[in-house]
Design a protein around this ligand. Structure first.
Ligand code: NAI
Ligand code: MG
Length: 358
């Protein structure tokens, strides 16, 4: 019997709408080509426009609605005239946190045909997966403001690290490192300056490491990590870091691999109690919205992660081959990669490559 999956598409704002439309087209072409599985999409108009009409980013029962889907395919949120903390907490984090998508997984590679900004780094020298703790840490939402507007105003932003939360992300990262050929994990920390949460983070890493004797691991302070990523990318493979640290490091990683427009993410609930969410790393990019030049490659690569999560590995591999055939041709590079191709041209080329793949 053919497997069929229900996918909730949430394009959101700005170029999110453009890249998700492209991604849905590509996935439908892939489903038709493979014949082995079906995808049924439902698109939700949640985001900043919805907020301007309804005063909320998504309806009250939005999460109930999403629960019955097998996966969520998400674009981006953020509008110039709505504060970023409203859009982020009102939609993206409002899905990630209650659905306990605690493992944010971000593969980074220099794809064929793409030139990274580092002079002496070849494609084979940069092949990482960053695992970001996605449920607590610096983005737990703890804190507050008192005496607003007065000279004595106080604001706190408290990082939360729990033994359960740190242990599960360490286990996830060690298991992922173990599944990759090099079996190499770098644990990013800041336990010199942050002597409570980050010291516990280090201790738990050492405890979990005992269950993975075949994984080689080391520890790096986050500031030094930026240098190592830039100067010795070959020395890294799997990386685990806190919510804030990994947020920053993964933008650096995306840039080192050629463009933010290429980078994919999976927000995983590994236990599959709730649907997981798949999105490109980039935001809504108001500067290029509506111009038809957004790079859809990050959204396509994200789709391969969604297919893998659904158990459709051959289709995920077929899509990745199609993406790589297209990036290999500089005539099909969008402006963020120095080319002049449009979202439409890249999408058509990927669909053609899917049909031409044997
Ligand atoms: P951004 O990622 O939207 O854009 C940064 C730069 O990269 C811009 O110059 C943009 O044109 C370029 N860029 C990004 N994606 C691209 C693509 N696919 N193709 C070609 N060029 C691309 O980040 P920025 O400007 O800091 O934020 C804009 C809005 O997006 C803000 O409201 C922010 O809060 C939101 N945002 C949302 C995220 C999400 O929904 N997950 C993530 C990051 C930002
Ligand atoms: Mg970010």
């Amino acid at each position: 019997m053919m497997n069929s999956y229900k996918i909730a598409a949430i394009p959101g704002d700005g170029i999110g709408k453009e890249v998700i439309a492209a991604g849905v087209e590509v996935l439908q072409a892939l489903g038709a080509r493979d014949g082995g599985f079906g995808l049924e999409f439902e698109t939700f108009d949640w985001g900043s426009d919805y907020y301007k009409t309804h005063g909320v980013m998504m309806p009250e029962n939005g999460r109930e609605t999403l629960r019955r889907f097998d996966a969520i395919y998400f674009g981006a949120v953020g509008a110039p005239d709505v504060p970023d903390h409203v859009t982020l907490w009102g939609l993206r984090l409002a899905i990630c946190q209650p659905f306990d998508q605690y493992a944010n997984v971000r593969p980074t590679r220099i794809l064929p045909g793409i030139e990274g900004p580092l002079r002496n780094v070849a494609a084979k020298d940069l092949d990482w997966v960053i695992v970001r703790e996605n449920s607590e840490g610096e983005y737990a939402g703890q804190g507050g403001r008192s005496h607003r507007g007065l000279p004595e105003e106080v604001a706190t932003e408290v990082s939360i690290f729990t033994r359960a939360g740190v242990t599960r992300i360490m286990r996830y990262a060690f298991r992922l490192a173990q599944s990759r050929p090099r079996k190499l994990l770098t644990v990013v920390t800041k336990s010199n300056a942050q002597r409570h949460g980050m010291v516990m983070w280090d201790e738990i890493a050492a405890e979990v490491a005992q269950d993975f004797p075949d994984v080689t691991w080391d520890k790096m302070l986050v500031d030094a990590m930026t240098m190592r990523m830039t100067l010795k990318p070959q020395s890294l493979d799997t990386i685990v870091a806190t919510n804030l640290h990994a947020d920053i490091l993964s933008d650096l990683a995306a840039a080192l691999a050629g463009s933010l427009g290429i980078a994919p993410t999976a927000n995983l609930n590994p236990e599959r109690t709730f649907p997981s969410m798949f999105e490109p790393i980039h935001g809504s990019a108001f500067d290029i919205t509506g111009k038809g030049i957004a790079n859809p490659v990050g959204t396509f690569w994200t789709a391969t992660m969604m297919l893998e999560h659904l158990g459709e590995k051959p289709a995920a591999e077929r899509l990745m081959r199609a993406i790589e055939r297209v990036t290999a041709d500089p005539a099909l590079h969008t402006p963020d990669l120095g080319g002049s191709a449009t979202t439409r041209q890249v999408t058509d080329a990927v669909i053609a490559a899917i049909h031409g793949d044997n």
